[in-house]
Design a protein. Structure first.
Length: 98
């Protein structure tokens, strides 16, 4: 049972990493132009779950690296890159805009 859970997590991470180039290559919207239904669907099905996964993994990595970041004096940049940016990507941007 424990081995199955680890395998599922590994497959989820691999699938998320495999889909990242697709979301990165998606056509960006022009200012004032509404997103297409396909872009919104791709955002809901692929980009938002990937963003949520990166937020969860980034938050975990931030907590693990916090003692070292504190010693190095770069807690703010670690928090911004590992937690704030994935949160903005997942929850703040308009639907269908990559």
């Amino acid at each position: 049972m424990k081995k199955t859970g680890k395998m599922c997590l590994v497959l989820l991470v691999v699938a998320a990493l495999a889909m990242m180039p697709a979301s990165a290559m998606a056509e960006g919207n022009k200012v004032g132009k509404e997103a297409s239904a396909g872009a919104m669907t791709a955002d809901i099905v692929m980009a938002r779950p990937i963003g949520l996964l990166s937020l969860i993994l980034g938050s975990s990595m931030f907590v693990v690296s916090l003692p070292l970041s504190g010693l190095g004096g770069n807690v703010d940049s670690a928090a911004r890159n590992l937690v704030v940016e994935p949160a903005k990507y997942t929850f703040k941007r308009p639907l269908g805009e990559f």
